[in-house]
Design a protein around this ligand. Structure first.
Ligand code: G3I
Length: 372
């Protein structure tokens, strides 16, 4: 009897706490059904899955609400910027692990996994590397040293790495990068081999955008991965970034088909950077803001919730390993360059800029629970 009262008291406490703290449900919502008080990580765990977010390490240090929600809701984190080449090796051979270490410490304290991001990309390179005029042999030595040093530092703590990020451009051509120009197309296989040597236990990923459904770019990425696998390159999985727009939703069945064909190559699949912009690609390019009148905004948020539902549902149906978003609050999204002001430019995530849960949050909860 004592235990029954304790359980009821516990459930009531959970219910009232959730109503009183930041993160409560938006009132005019697309999925009006009240969601039971469960965390995303609890729900994901019941599917044997990871649910996560990219982390803005400055916000983690300065914003308690941000840190509280992060620790409570997610079981995997990705550093948004602090493990990129320019952040971690700002001068040649001089490594700065301070911010990465802070994130790893937070993750460990909250029993979360860490997805490392990233080693080989055409962006976020330090000036010394861009302007160095290095030979092929020098570039290979630089990349090997970078991968080896960072992976050894985080061995056993960062269990997954985006080794190569965005090697294919929008038209399906190999992207023009310092690495491709300086080393040649083999830089991809080399990077995976060096990473595997440095930490044979780590799960190594190829990560890209615009490759979630079926189409030219996803075919090119599929062929690239098939080729790497057939040459014994130690690649574990593929990250589908999933940066989407409400105006251009993907067909869920296409995404499932694509995930399954990748899995049939012997690869694991993760959604790694999901967000859903309320603007078109062109509006983003021209700096135009999202709609601000209530009716258009609510309709946009409902469309956004449907897209979050569809992508998580695809992930569940195709048994992908992780569903990771590129942030969780509109307060710090990379798409909101005006940040922290009341002129919101975009709102692609599942909590708004004052940490209220959006329809998209409810959509994820309902999808995990099998309620449409
Ligand atoms: O922190 C500095 C600030 O001190 C300075 O005043 C300001 C001036 O430009 O720059 C700030 O750094 C910016 C940083 O974001 C933090 O906001 C960098 O310029 C800017 O380049 C950087 O952009 C990041 C971008 O990758 C390039 O690394 C975004 O935050 C990050 O969200 C974005 O993430 C990428 C993934 O890595 C790969 N997939 C696409 C995704 C979105 O573009």
């Amino acid at each position: 009897m004592k235990y029954r009262y304790a359980t009821i008291l516990f459930l009531l406490t959970l219910f009232f706490c959730s109503c009183a703290t930041p993160g409560t449900t938006h009132s005019p919502s697309a999925s009006a059904t009240a969601v039971p008080i469960m965390t995303l990580r609890g729900l994901a765990q019941s599917h044997n899955m990871l649910v996560g977010t990219a982390v803005n390490v400055e916000a983690l240090g300065n914003d308690k609400t941000y840190a509280d929600i992060l620790g409570k809701q997610f079981n995997v984190v990705t550093p948004e910027n602090v493990m990129k080449f320019d952040a971690i090796e700002p001068q040649q051979g001089v490594y700065d692990f301070t911010k990465g270490d802070a994130l790893v410490a937070f993750a460990q304290a909250h029993h979360m996994q860490v997805r490392g991001h990233n080693f080989v990309w055409y962006q976020s390179l330090p000036k010394w590397l861009i302007n160095g005029n290095f030979t092929k042999a020098q570039l290979m030595a630089i990349l090997k040293d970078h991968i080896t040093t960072v992976m050894k530092h985080y061995k056993g703590k960062v269990t997954m790495w985006d080794v190569v990020n965005e090697a294919v451009d929008d038209n399906g051509k190999m992207i023009d990068s310092l690495w491709a120009r300086g080393i040649g197309a083999d830089y991809i296989a080399m990077a995976f081999r060096w990473a595997h040597e440095a930490d044979p236990q780590a799960h190594l990923f190829y990560n890209d955008y615009g490759t979630e459904g079926m189409g030219t770019k996803s075919n090119v990425v599929y062929n690239l991965l098939q080729d790497l696998k057939s040459h014994g390159v130690p690649i574990y999985g593929v990250g589908l970034q999933t940066h989407l727009h409400i105006t251009d939703p993907l067909q869920e069945q296409d995404v499932i088909s694509n995930m399954r064909r990748l899995e049939n190559l012997g690869l694991k699949v993760q959604i790694t950077e999901m967000d859903v912009s309320l603007r078109t690609h062109e509006e983003i390019q021209s700096g135009q803001s999202m709609p601000h009148d209530q009716q258009s905004l609510q309709s946009a948020l409902a469309k956004q919730a449907t897209i979050y539902h569809d992508m998580l549902d695809a992930c569940l149906q195709a048994a992908c390993e992780a569903f990771v978003m590129w942030g969780f609050t509109d307060r710090y999204t990379w798409l909101n360059w005006n940040g922290f002001t009341d002129t919101h430019v975009d709102a692609p995530l599942i909590y708004d800029e004052i940490y209220q849960r959006k329809p998209a949050f409810n959509a994820l909860v309902n999808t995990f629970r099998g309620v449409s």
